[in-house]
Design a binder for this molecule. Structure first.
Ligand SMILES: Nc1ncnc2c1ncn2[C@@H]1O[C@H](COP(=O)(O)OP(=O)(O)OP(=O)(O)O)[C@@H](O)[C@H]1O
Ligand SMILES: Nc1ncnc2c1ncn2[C@@H]1O[C@H](COP(=O)(O)OP(=O)(O)OP(=O)(O)O)[C@@H](O)[C@H]1O
Ligand SMILES: [Mg+2]
Ligand SMILES: [Mg+2]
Lengths: 263, 263
């Protein structure tokens, strides 16, 4: 089982778009996937058209430190896909101060994932658990990074995103030195890349220069289809299979699964 | 004195780009402006090339509930401009849990602004105080919204942003009903608008339909010069005066100042 936090404190870099579409394509590749939405904005939940049933979902899991079966729901638009979601909703924000004030408040998700429910309708175990993080630092990204084996970092090819990358890598180093000694960087994904924009190319080159081997070869191109898909509550693979967005995320899926396949 | 929080919990919608460039152009129009950076990512601080002097800046102001003169620094690239900045830095993140745990932790900035220092080099009072908020909900946006008279909401013309708008308006209603009864919406700014993208137009129309009179007529067009400027630590007006980005923000400045001018 691989547990991967999709993290970047910078806003709007494509965390949710990456989490939701990777979850979909990794499941399409035959893996059992659980997508956990730990953002009170619940964008991942809504873009996969997941029904919310408060307080079940990530709220309940963090509250109790243990997952009730009602907190995991199947991706119902395609019943053949082994894709499940732990949904979020706005009320998750109410847990923020409570968990921030508790000594082990950042370890709730870790504890919850150690004992996933064995129930009809829910996979008894998963091949991949992907966790979609909110932006900013705080108790929700902490929970994700403490529960995860690795961090997948989407990054936009713009200046603030590059500045933010060092800050994020520092945070991961801190976590490595304290609550999660075995965490590693799964990889860095360049997102929203527009080949016509010279500035994107310059920043991409800069990122590759500093973080070379961590960067995936695959680049996610800017494609309005990816934004349109969210307004239809569909993953890109079901919204527009011929789009550049689909191609980018399929390519990334292949690269991620390839790194995990024994040679 | 007008105190305006530039807020949206959705990431990457142009809060910082708007805060920094409005601060610059409002000062260029002859007003005395203080820009407060309350985001640990400190993007507003870096894109105006402001020197950081930890722990002074927003960290010190929130820690003490009172502003020391060393915590406000002049925008030095243009000494004629009456523009000051209260800088942020990564260490601000360390205050998050502390303030979240205190009963009046969300009111620190409000208290600090009630008694600004009267010191050589710092304006004895300001015409405009703009506060650049981080994304997500939490103790920093709370501090900004409790201290502000009004909220300026940049919003990208994409689906998640529109969903997030209702969530944000709810938050502001809650604050209005509790800690800041006189807060109002300054206005909604459509950002990163690409006239060639049909989807942007559809979402823009939808937003105007629901929030008509709150929306500024001015739209901020997508212009890579705005992103390039940040990598040179320059406001758009000093990076490329002929750019569409400059034109958009000058137009917005005129519209904002116009609303504040007695007829
Ligand atoms: N490759 C792309 N091309 C075009 N639009 C994209 C692309 N990736 C994401 N988007 C759109 O850009 C916006 C930001 O993306 P997304 O919400 O996935 O970022 P995020 O990092 O999860 O944001 P937040 O920090 O708020 O959680 C969304 O409206 C999304 O639909
Ligand atoms: N109108 C625009 N055209 C092109 N690029 C833009 C525009 N506005 C902002 N950008 C770029 O888009 C990115 C996101 O903008 P910005 O950082 O201002 O958003 P934000 O809401 O402050 O993000 P965060 O939620 O992380 O604080 C930045 O790299 C910025 O340079
Ligand atoms: Mg997201
Ligand atoms: Mg910002």
């Amino acid at each position: 089982m691989k547990t991967i936090a999709i993290a970047n404190q910078k806003g709007g870099v494509g965390k949710t778009t990456t989490a939701a579409n990777l979850a979909y394509f990794i499941a399409l590749a035959g893996q059992r996937v659980l997508l956990i939405d730990i953002d009170p904005q619940a964008n991942a939940t809504s873009c996969l058209n997941i029904a919310v049933n408060p307080p079940f979902g990530t709220y309940q899991a963090l509250m109790d430190g243990q997952v009730r079966p009602e907190s995991i729901t199947g991706y119902n638009s395609n019943a053949n896909l082994k894709l499940w979601v732990m949904p979020s909703y706005q009320g998750l924000a109410n847990l923020q101060n409570k968990l921030a004030g508790e000594p082990a408040g950042g370890l709730r998700l870790k504890s919850a994932l150690e004992n996933l429910p064995k129930t009809k309708g829910v996979a008894s175990s998963y091949d991949y658990i992907l966790i979609d993080c909110p932006p900013s630092s705080g108790v929700f990204p902490d929970n994700a990074l403490n529960a995860a084996q690795s961090a997948l970092i989407p990054i936009q090819c713009e200046y603030f995103a590059m500045e933010g990358l060092s800050q994020l890598l520092n945070l991961i180093e801190q976590i490595k030195g304290s609550t999660n000694p075995s965490i590693f960087i799964e990889g860095i994904i360049l997102t929203m890349y527009n080949a016509d924009v010279q500035f994107n190319k310059e920043v991409a080159d800069e990122i590759r220069k500093h973080f070379g081997q961590l960067c995936y070869k695959t680049v996610i191109y800017r494609d309005v289809a990816l934004a349109e898909a969210t307004s239809h509550a569909l993953p890109i693979g079901e919204y527009d299979i011929t789009s550049i967005g689909t191609m980018s995320y399929v390519e990334l899926t292949r690269e991620i699964l390839g790194r995990h396949t024994p040679k």
